[in-house]
Design a protein around this ligand. Structure first.
Ligand code: FAD
Length: 483
C-alpha cells in the first residue's frame, strides 16, 4: 500500500450521522477499503416501529441517481420510485394543467425517505469493513486529535478516535459546532417565514386519487401545496405557508374554510374528517437555510450534506446535492491518491497542496452556495411565478429553444435536475441565456412593430371602409334606442 502512495488505506473514517447522506457516504468510503465507523443518534430505523424524519417522500433526480449508481444502488432505488414527468398545476377552479419538467422521457422520481435510508444502511452494512453504531449521540469532539465523545441513551459515554471525521449529521450538526468556534469560519443561517405540514391523500377505490405521474402543485402566491405520489397509492401533500397563517387556524371548521378558499378540489380527496384531524397532529415545521465555509478543518474533519448546506426544499435538491457531495469527495480522493496530508501548512504557497480536504472545500463551496441561493429563489417562483403568464410564456420559449438548439440553450431547471453541470456554472449560464433570450424577444417584438408600421405605411388601408357615414350612424343609434 505504501508503495502505491495509498498510505491512508485502513484509516479509520468516522461518519457521524446515519441519515441519507451519512449512510450513502459510508458505502463510498467502504468501497475504498477504509475502516468505516458510522454513528447515529437514533435507534436502527430498520427495527423501529415509528420512524421520525423530515419529509415522508422526496424527489430524486440525476445527481442523486448518479451517486447511487456509484455504489451500485441506482436500479434498486429507481425501481421503487414513482416517475413524475411533469408538474400538474391546480388552479383555484380545479383546472389541472401539466408543465413538463424537461424533454420527453425526462422525469424525477418520488421516493420514500425511510425506505431509502433503510436500504442505504443495509447496503453499507454489507461491507465487512463497515460498522454501524446506533444510539450514539455525538456530544463533543476535538479537532486536534480526532477524539469524539458519544453519549448513549443509558447515559454511558464512549470515547472514540478517528483519522477522519465526516460530519453528515444534518442541518443542526453537532460536528459543525466546533467549526463555529474557529477563526475565519463563515456561517449564516436563515429561517424562512414559511413552515410546512404534511397531510395524506388516501387512495380512492384502491387507486391513486389524482394522476400519479406528476408532482401536483397548488400555487397560491403566499400559500402553496404540493403532492408527491407514494407506492401505496397515497399522496403526501405538503402545505407551505407562513407560520402566522398556520396559527390563525384553530378549529376543524376553520381548516375546511381555509381549504374551501384556497384548495377546494383537494377537500374531497383528502377527506373532510381527515383534514380536520390531521391538520392538528403536528404544528407547522420550520425550514432553515444554512451556508458556511470552509467545509473542513485541517486534515481531520469535513462536513457534507445538510450539515454543510441545509437548503430550503423548493428545488428538490437538498438530498441530491448531499449525494453529489459524496461523488465529488470521492473524485477528489481519486485525483489526490487519497492523500489527506496537509502539506499546505508547511508549504503555504504550494499551488497544488495535495490535500483532499482543502480541495473539496475549494471545489464544493461555490456549488453548494449556488444551490442554496437557487432554492431560495424557487421559494418564490414555485408559489407565485408559476401563476404568471410571462413566466409560462418564458418556460415555453426556453423549452422550444432548447428543442431547436439543445446545446446552446438549456433551461435552468434542466441543468440543475437532469445534468451534473456544476451548480454555480448552471447559474452563470442561466444569467447569460436569460439576457440573450430577453434581448432576442425584445428584438422580435421591435421587429414586429416596425415591420407592421412599414406595411401600414406602404399599403395604407382604405380608411373610408372603416368610417361610417353620419346618416348611417344616426340610423344605428336610433335602432339601439328602440326596445
Ligand atoms: P439528515 O437527513 O438530517 O440526517 C442527519 C442524520 O444525523 C440523522 O439521521 C440524525 O438522526 C443524525 N444526527 C443528528 N445529530 C446527531 C448527533 N449529534 N450524533 C449522531 N447522529 C446525529 N431533498 C431532495 O433532494 N429532494 C426533495 O424533494 C426534498 N424534499 C424535502 C422536503 C422537506 C419538507 C424537507 C424538510 C427537506 C427536503 N429535502 C429534499 C432535503 C433533504 O431532506 C435533506 O437534504 C437530506 O435529508 C439531507 O440528508 P443528511 O443525511 O445530510 O441529513
Amino acid at each position: 500500500e505504501e508503495s502505491t502512495g495509498r498510505s491512508t488505506k485502513k484509516k479509520v473514517v468516522a461518519v457521524v450521522g446515519g441519515g441519507l447522506v451519512g449512510a450513502l457516504n459510508a458505502c463510498f468510503f467502504a468501497r475504498r477499503g477504509f475502516d468505516v465507523q458510522l454513528f447515529e443518534i437514533r435507534e436502527d430505523i430498520r427495527r423501529a416501529k415509528i420512524v421520525k424524519g423530515r419529509s415522508i417522500n422526496l424527489a430524486l433526480s440525476h445527481r442523486g441517481r448518479q451517486a447511487l449508481k456509484h455504489v451500485g444502488m441506482e436500479d434498486k432505488i429507481v425501481s421503487q420510485g414513482i416517475p413524475m414527468n411533469a408538474r400538474m398545476i391546480h388552479s383555484l377552479s380545479g383546472k389541472q394543467s401539466p408543465i413538463p419538467y424537461g424533454k420527453k422521457g425526462q422525469y424525477i422520481l418520488s421516493v420514500d425517505r425511510a425506505n431509502l435510508n433503510k436500504q442505504l444502511l443495509t447496503e453499507a452494512e454489507k461491507y465487512p469493513n463497515t460498522k454501524l453504531n446506533f444510539d450514539h449521540k455525538l456530544q463533543d469532539w476535538t479537532a486536534e486529535t480526532g477524539l469524539m465523545t458519544f453519549v448513549r441513551s443509558d447515559g454511558s459515554e464512549e470515547h472514540i478516535k478517528a483519522d477522519l471525521i465526516v460530519g453528515c449529521d444534518g442541518a443542526f450538526s453537532a460536528i459543525r459546532k466546533q467549526f463555529l468556534r474557529r477563526s475565519r469560519f463563515n456561517y449564516s443561517q436563515t429561517y424562512i417565514p414559511h413552515g410546512y405540514m404534511e397531510l395524506t391523500m388516501p387512495p380512492i377505490n384502491g387507486e391513486f386519487a389524482m394522476k400519479p405521474n406528476y408532482l401536483h402543485i397548488w400555487p397560491r402566491n403566499t400559500f402553496m401545496m404540493i403532492a408527491l405520489p407514494n407506492l401505496d397509492k397515497t399522496f403526501t401533500c405538503t402545505l407551505f405557508m407562513p407560520f402566522e397563517e398556520f396559527e390563525k387556524i384553530t378549529t376543524g371548521d376553520e381548516v375546511i374554510q381555509f381549504f374551501q378558499r384556497y384548495f377546494p378540489d383537494a377537500i374531497p380527496l383528502i377527506g373532510v374528517d381527515a383534514l380536520k384531524r390531521d391538520y392538528f397532529r403536528l404544528p407547522g415545521q420550520a425550514m432553515v437555510s444554512v451556508k458556511c465555509a470552509p467545509y473542513h478543518i485541517g486534515d481531520k474533519c469535513v462536513l457534507m450534506g445538510d450539515a454543510a448546506h441545509a437548503v430550503v426544499p423548493f428545488y428538490g435538491q437538498g438530498m441530491n446535492a448531499g449525494f453529489e457531495d459524496c461523488i465529488v469527495f470521492d473524485e477528489i480522493m481519486e485525483q489526490f491518491n487519497e492523500d489527506f496530508s496537509n502539506h499546505h501548512i508547511f508549504f503555504p504557497l504550494c499551488v497544488h497542496p495535495g490535500a483532499v480536504l482543502p480541495e473539496y472545500t475549494r471545489v464544493r463551496v461555490p456549488d453548494d452556495h449556488a444551490i442554496a441561493d437557487l432554492a431560495m429563489y424557487n421559494y418564490i417562483e414555485m408559489r407565485a411565478h408559476v401563476n404568471s403568464r410571462w413566466f409560462l410564456f418564458r418556460k415555453y420559449v426556453d423549452n422550444f429553444l432548447h428543442f431547436v438548439m439543445p446545446r446552446t440553450i438549456i433551461p435552468l431547471y434542466t441543468m440543475v435536475t437532469f445534468t451534473r453541470t456544476r451548480y454555480h456554472e448552471a447559474v452563470e449560464r442561466w444569467h447569460w441565456q436569460d439576457k440573450v433570450i430577453n434581448r432576442g424577444l425584445m428584438f422580435c417584438a421591435t421587429g414586429a412593430v416596425l415591420g407592421g408600421s412599414y406595411l401600414l405605411i406602404k399599403n395604407p388601408p382604405d380608411i373610408n371602409k372603416f368610417i361610417i357615414p353620419a346618416e348611417k350612424m344616426w340610423d344605428r343609434l336610433t335602432a339601439l334606442r328602440t326596445p
